[in-house]
Design a protein around this ligand. Structure first.
Ligand SMILES: O=C(O)CCC(=O)C(=O)O
Ligand SMILES: [Fe+2]
Length: 359
């Protein structure tokens, strides 16, 4: 343990197992979106679309996770982003800190994120898709008439193409996220565009560049501690190193997701869990680090506008299946979570189960 800050050490029950026996398992469904990302529509392609909708519905129900290939984001763009991300993290610590996040602006670079109050073995850079991003100014409010705060992206001067590449990537993945949202809506028996209105011009989606340096104590620390994503859905690009693990719903085992080149990992977030009244549950996941290779990953967190009141959709509840959650305001939830991820608190951070109706 010499030289490793105890803030990184996971409680015993959350430390990763030394064996990687599950490494070769390829259990997470892989779904080919080729037919969806093409614009021609004939009866054959409608059949294929119905099949994709049903595969995605099953994956959301059984796993809360799946991988997509032929998703429509050009591989050249992905390579450009990957190279740009590396250039940024290879800047000197002083240069990276020029765009450091602080308590008033949660966007930019930081290396002190905590998940469930244990420090993660990683450094990150966050930027929003809509700039500025509008959020409540404080989470200490009693009603909906809260004051607003505009948060702006911080861009480093180097590499010079950084901002342009980030914005191009954000547009491409935003498009894919809308498509996935539409497929999820269809798979729940809803009209295709039923959920799109929650993601208006003020949606609070953001992209994170994760860098996990080699870790001298990979059996004690985690790159990201166990958690669920709070937004609607996540589209994650990862390199070939591996380390992401998902908790399998059937038995609670941690399953390693084997990287497939050119694919994205999609996971259901807490908002889809609430909208679907637990039909699709967000899955717990975490990132294991290793002592040899650094790893990079890029999640796109697809989040609605701050004004959205999140609750089970009326079409999906009835007398036999009453709403399992009280409604909550996304902006206040998000703001509260952002503050608790920044520094260690003495209380559990905000979770959707705090809004669960008592049985
Ligand atoms: O790096 C990864 O594979 C996943 C990261 C993650 O789960 C997150 O940032 O929420
Ligand atoms: Fe996550």
């Amino acid at each position: 343990m010499a030289g490793v800050d105890v803030a990184f050490v996971q409680p015993l029950e959350h430390r990763p197992k030394p064996s990687n026996a599950t490494e070769t398992e390829r259990e997470i469904p892989v779904i080919d979106l080729f037919q969806l990302t093409q614009n021609h529509q004939n009866s054959d392609s409608m059949d294929v679309q119905t099949e994709i909708v049903s595969k995605i519905g099953n994956a959301c129900r059984d796993w809360g996770f799946f991988q997509v290939i032929n998703h429509g984001v050009p591989s050249e763009l992905q390579q450009k982003v990957d190279a740009t991300v590396k250039k940024f993290f290879y800047l000197s610590p002083e240069e990276r800190r020029e765009v450091k996040r602080d308590e008033t602006n949660p966007l930019g670079y930081y290396d002190t994120e905590h998940t469930k109050n244990v420090r993660d073995w990683k450094e990150v850079f966050d930027f929003t898709v809509k700039d500025p991003m509008v959020l409540p100014a404080s989470c200490q409010v009693q009603d909906q008439n809260y004051e607003l705060h505009e948060l702006r992206n911080q861009w480093p001067n180097y590499p010079p193409e950084f901002r342009e590449v980030c914005e191009e990537y954000a547009n491409a993945v935003e498009k894919l996220s809308f498509r996935l949202l539409e497929i999820m809506a269809l798979s729940l028996g809803l009209p295709e565009k039923r959920l799109n209105g929650y993601f208006n011009d003020e949606h609070t989606s953001f992209i994170r560049f994760n860098h996990y340096p080699p870790c001298p104590v990979p059996h004690l620390a985690l790159g990201v501690g166990h958690h669920k994503d709070a937004g609607a859905l996540t589209v994650l690009a990862q390199d070939d190193v591996g380390g992401l693990e998902v908790k399998r719903k059937t038995d609670g085992e941690w399953i390693r997701i084997v990287p497939i080149p050119g694919s994205y990992i999609i996971n259901v977030g807490d908002i889809v869990q609430v909208w679907s009244n637990d039909e699709y549950e967000s899955a717990e996941h975490r990132v294991v680090v290793n002592s040899e290779r650094e790893r990079f990953s890029i999640p796109f967190f697809f989040n609605p506008s701050h004004t959205v009141m999140v609750k089970p959709l009326d079409e999906l509840i009835n007398d036999q299946n009453p709403a399992k959650y009280k409604e909550y305001n996304w902006g206040l939830f998000f703001k509260t979570r952002k503050i608790s991820d920044f520094k260690k608190l003495d209380v559990e951070n905000i979770q959707v189960h705090h809004f669960k109706e008592s049985d």
